[in-house]
Design a protein around this ligand. Structure first.
Ligand SMILES: Nc1ncnc2c1ncn2[C@@H]1O[C@H](COP(=O)(O)OP(=O)(O)OP(=O)(O)O)[C@@H](O)[C@H]1O
Length: 601
């Protein structure tokens, strides 16, 4: 494996995008009262910050220098009160903002996940799962940073800065101008260094993306790596990616350290300027000693918001990029165009219910299907097939012929380009996906088991299916091995079923299909052969599974094929032959050749 290119780039976007923000504000709207509380607190906060140096000035000039000590305790108490008020307001403000941030992140995560669930198979074909995970986690986390960094408090920062400028000018215009002479340099440094940091940070993100993608593949394929003795090569590749990630971080650290160093020294320069120029003013008695101290205090309070502003600017840029990606995903079209009409009209549904719930097996009609996964690369070219109610049809053919594709189209995982599929005479596009899929039970080649108990894996948490768990397991003969487990149906499934054999996993997935009691069964038979004992179990399971259902099997087992009512040979996207096993053998066509090659031991 060699992960070279940039896995996922990050756009360095605007710091503020009106359209994105307007859409984002809708998510904050439910919590606007809390935001108002924060906004109301901002001026209070500004006043507490601005008043402290002023009290100090008053203490020095009016009491310490003049020797009038009687008012001093009161001033000290006031000072203490201000500190207390400042910390209380800070607490409430930080808490509320982060609280709102967490709520908003939660809401967006829920909406995004629900949206992703409705996207089509085509979308998942084209999108790496890793990038969806990062949308749901790190991108949303960046939005959280926007709250943590206190974007709302920018308003407060600006108030404090304006207040400091105002007070300083009012105390002494000349001294203020001398002090402010370092400002242009400070602002230039803060914003330029941040920008350089951001550019470097893009590299970091891209290389981290490469590293994670490599890790996901390498850890997922650990067994193959070990079996083929590829550990050293994998380790070498990992070292390379790890080094490139580390190196990408170096410029970021450098600019960060430089920014702090420069801001610190500039603030010392400013203090030195105050002492140099202000000292002279004191001697000339145009400035009081207390004012000098207050100046120094103000200038210290002036530098940190400016440094923070540049940090907030970066966070905003990041948040805009994240918002763009999140909204981009939310704008991906959902798969379902819910039909105007219902599958079964209410009177029909009532009749079905009165008949005991279980419907008769559905008949399926595929007529003149044309389908391509990409552009004009047709995988199916005018495929037609009628399957009668309760019939078992085996689809066979050479690999890549389009058998699985036919079954996917039936469940509407993909939409057909041309032609029509109908169940009991109703076009499947006129059914809701939910009702269509509840009529079809699909058993995949490699059954997917979830973390949870066996019972959960059979019912998937569906209350109706849950009632039928044990019966379903019995129908397919899975109950025998399940009952032998220490905890029976409550045995935990680990690592996607790693603690069960392939045959056992198959039986569990058969039981799942039976528990949902579909009228139509779609089976993609596993190509891998299992030992004769398991084979017999699976065979019996299949019989139980197919009983009373219309079945479409992508068949690889000779026994399934022989038992089928009809065999359909699919060749390069078209129906090449159809008939019973005996008929097709006698015809000495494609099936005959396939049989000689694949099925005859
Ligand atoms: N998700 C997909 N995206 C793009 N092309 C696909 C996708 N799935 C299948 N194909 C292509 O469509 C063609 C038919 O695939 P399909 O899986 O239907 O064949 P099959 O007859 O079931 O083969 P097999 O017997 O090997 O399972 C193949 O050429 C395959 O490469």
């Amino acid at each position: 494996m060699h992960f070279g290119g940039i896995y996922e780039d990050e756009v360095v976007g605007k710091m503020y995008d009106r359209k994105l923000m307007r859409r984002f504000v809708r998510y904050i709207a439910p919590y606007r009262r809390l935001i108002w509380v924060v906004l109301v607190m901002l001026p209070i906060m500004a006043v507490t910050k601005l008043a402290q140096p002023w009290l100090l000035k008053s203490a020095i000039d009016n009491h310490i220098v003049t020797g009038k000590l009687e008012g001093l305790p009161l001033l000290a108490a006031g000072f203490l009160g201000l500190i207390f008020a400042e910390s209380a307001v800070t607490f409430v403000e930080v808490y509320l903002l982060q609280y709102v941030g967490q709520k908003v992140m939660y809401d967006i995560r829920i909406e995004l996940f629900a949206h992703i669930q409705r996207l089509s198979a085509r979308f998942f074909d084209q999108t790496p799962v890793g990038s969806l995970v990062s949308r749901l986690t790190s991108d949303i986390e960046v939005l959280g940073e926007m709250f943590a960094a206190g974007i709302v408090t920018i308003v407060g920062d600006v108030m404090v800065l304006a207040g400091i400028v105002g007070i300083m000018l009012w105390m002494n215009v000349k001294l203020s101008l001398v002090t402010f002479s370092v400002l242009p340099l400070l602002i230039w440094v803060a914003f330029t260094f941040r920008n350089w940091m951001r550019v470097a940070f893009r590299q970091v993100r891209a290389r981290l993306g490469n590293l994670s993608a490599f890790l996901a593949e390498s850890l997922g394929g650990m067994m193959v790596v070990q079996l083929f003795n590829r550990e050293r090569d994998e380790a070498r590749e990992f070292r390379r990616l790890n080094e490139s990630y580390r190196d990408a971080n170096l410029p970021v650290i450098t600019w960060d350290a430089a920014l702090y160093a420069v801001v610190e020294s500039l603030s010392s320069v400013a203090v030195a300027l105050i002492i140099w120029y202000g000292g002279g003013e004191i001697v000339k008695e145009t400035l009081s000693f207390g004012a000098l101290v207050a100046f120094i205090q103000y200038i210290e309070r002036f530098f940190s918001p400016i440094r923070d502003l540049s940090a907030k600017y970066s966070v905003m840029q990041g948040a805009m990029a994240s918002l763009e990606r999140i909204f981009g995903l939310l704008d991906k079209k959902e798969e379902e165009q819910e039909p105007a009409r219902l599958l079964v009209s209410p009177p029909q549904a009532a009749a079905v219910a009165a008949a005991g719930g279980r419907r008769t097996p559905g008949s399926i009609s595929f007529s003149d299907l044309w389908f391509a996964y990409h552009n004009e690369d047709y995988v199916l070219k005018g495929f037609s097939l009628e399957v009668k109610s309760g019939e078992k049809v085996a689809l066979v053919g050479e690999t890549g012929g389009g058998k699985t594709t036919v079954t996917r189209l039936l469940s509407r995982l993909y939409e057909i380009n041309r032609g029509c599929i109908s169940i009991d005479g109703t076009d499947i596009r006129e059914m809701s996906l939910k009702s269509l899929r509840s009529r079809i039970g699909v058993v995949l080649q490699d059954p997917y088991l979830f973390t949870g108990t066996i019972a959960y894996n059979i019912s998937l948490g569906d209350p109706e299916a849950a009632k039928r768990v044990e019966r379903a397991a019995a129908v397919v003969g899975a109950d025998r091995f399940i009952r032998q487990l220490p905890k029976g149906f409550d045995e935990e499934v680990r690592e996607r079923g790693g603690n069960f054999s392939a045959g056992e996993r198959q039986l569990i997935s058969f039981a799942r299909a039976v528990a949902f009691d579909p009228e139509i069964l779609v089976l993609d038979e596993a190509t891998a052969s299992v030992d004769p004992a398991s084979e017999r179990l699976i065979q019996q399971g299949l019989e139980g599974l197919m009983e009373g259902r219309t079945t479409l099997v992508v068949a690889h087992r000779l026994s399934t094929i022989r038992d089928a009512d009809r065999i359909v040979v699919i060749h390069r996207g078209e129906k090449a032959e159809e008939g019973t096993h005996a008929e097709l053998l006698a015809a000495k066509g494609l099936y005959y050749r396939l049989y000689q090659l694949q099925f005859k031991e």
